[in-house]
Structures are given as structure tokens and as C-alpha cells.
Design a protein around this ligand. Sequence first.
Ligand code: RAM
Length: 344
Amino acid sequence: MLPTSTRSLRIAGVAVLASAALLLTGCAASTGDSGSGDGSKNYQITFLPKNLGNAYFDTSDAGGEKAIKEFKGTYAEVGPAKASPDAQVSYINTLTQKQVGAIVMSANDQKAPCDAIKQARDAGVKVVTFDSDTSADCRDLFINQATAEGIAKVQVDLITKEIGDSGEIAVLSAAANATNQNAWIDLMKKDLEANHPNVKLVDVVYGDDDDQTSFDKTAGLLQSHPNLKGIVSPTTVGIAAAARYLSTSSFKGQVKLTGLGTPNQMREYVTDGTVEEFALWNPGDLGYLAAYAAKALIDGDITGKEGDSFKAGDLGEYKVGKDGTVLLGDPFVFNKDNIGDFKF
Ligand code: RAM
């Protein structure tokens, strides 16, 4: 029997392929116009990622679409081109006017979208955050991919192991205001100070989840810090851009790179030796769980208080924990021995 996280990662890989095949043959299940299987519930659920064109959110939102089709709701996805702090506000306002049943979003900023979210909730729209939270009082529920402590620790463990537990490292993050990134970076700093006294974090730079910016920031880090031994990039966009830079440079294999990436984006860099190991969770399952949480709120089965529980399709039963948070599972480490098993 595979460990749970491996098992669900595999199921999602197959599901993604299956839905791609359906689309190719033109047989994708249609989602009703009423927004609900029997017309009585408003299952119009719209995903609002940090930005469009990010492979991570393509996969998470496809998981949401799969769930919404299962309960015969109407899936949609909207979002800004750039992951900037207040870029999501106008989308929330439009969705409120359209009276959708729920918005499922990854927040670019802890506070900036909160006034718009409040208006949405006052108008009866349920708001679920996933991946990157707002402040807890602002939304109904947060679907957390893994604990922030676990996400921080896996990255510190990987980089300190790869550089031999001493020397300079730097972080290449996403947008400077991203709630999830900042929480992880703070915890990484604490872990480094407490458990790795010979490792020095010399810089944190921001690639804004933009490929070219992240690529340029990687070059900048290597120029400014000639003794750099490692880079941690807790963003799928950042780690892929940094790997591309390193792979054709003289730093390949010398400066270690790890962080959070998708297997599809990282496969060639693990194969060519630029990257040894990196981590992530299953983004498809995350979106799937978030969509079922939105349904449970719409149905009135849960309100988001601690102890509430709901059924999330194939993933089974989930419980709401402290601060209206639902936890998906543990982060998972990918390397050359297992990356071939994953297709997302
Ligand atoms: C990027 C985004 C996202 C983060 C992943 C790991 O796609 O910044 O919020 O969770 O990386």
C-alpha cells in the first residue's frame, strides 16, 4: 500500500489525464446553466487564482472543476495576469454582482481583498480561500495544502542537507505580499536560526510569480553573492525559472536549488542534475477539496466553525480545524527516483 499522499498524488495524475482525454474527444461533461443539479442550490463556483497562466493554478483549478462536475455545478475561472496585491478586487466585485454561489481564491494579499470579500459575503456569496489565505476573519474557510511549519521544514531540511549544513543561502519568493510565502519564509528563518547555526540566509528576493522576473532575480542573486551555496524557491514559478537559469550556467550542480515545484515543470532539471529534490503537495486535490468545501457551505452543512465536518467526494471526510482551516495533508518530496510517476 502506498502512503496516502503518494496514493492521492497518483490518483490525481490519472484524473488530469482522463479529463484531458475527455476534452480532446469533445465529450467533457457539460455543467448546467442553473448552477445546480436539481436547480435548488446555487452551485455556480468560480475559482480566482493569484494569477492566470501559472501551471500550479491550472492544475489546482482543474481539480476544482472535476469536483464541481461531480456535483453538477457550474465551474468558472477568472483572474488577473499579474499577482499583485489588489488585482483580485475587481474580480470579486464582478462575481458578487453576478451572484455566484461561491468564490474559491488564492489571495495575493492578506488584507487588500477583504472589503470586497465582505461585500460578497453580505450578498450571500460563500468565500473559500485555498493555497494562500486572507486574514481569518475575512473569509468563510481556508483550505490549507499542508501546515506552514511542515512546508517550511521540508525546504530547510532539503537545502541544508544538500549544502552540507553550512554556508550562504538565499530565498527567491513570489510576490512580496503573498500570505503563504511570507508565513513559510518566517518559519524557515526560525528553523535556520534554531537548528542550523552555520547556515546564513543572506537575501530574500521577489520574482512576483512571473517567469522572466524570477529568472532575472536568480541571475542577480548569483552576481551579488559570489559565495552563495544554495537557493530555496517556495514558488513553482520561481523554482522553474531558477532551474532554467542554473541549468545552462557554470553554477549548475554547484549552487543547489530546492523549494516547491510541479513535477512537470521540474522533470528536465531533475533529470539533467540541476536539482536533486524539491517538494509540493497535490494541487489537483487541493482544488478538489476547496470546491467540495464551497459546496458544503452553500448547502448549509457547515458554517466554517471548528469541528464542522463535510464529505469531499473521493477524498473522503474532512474536519474544520482552528481559525476555519481545513488541512489537505503532508508535503511530498520528489526526486529522480519517483518523479516519473507524476504527471502534473
Ligand atoms: C506558486 C504560488 C502558490 C504556491 C506555489 C507553491 O505557484 O506562489 O501560491 O503555493 O507556487
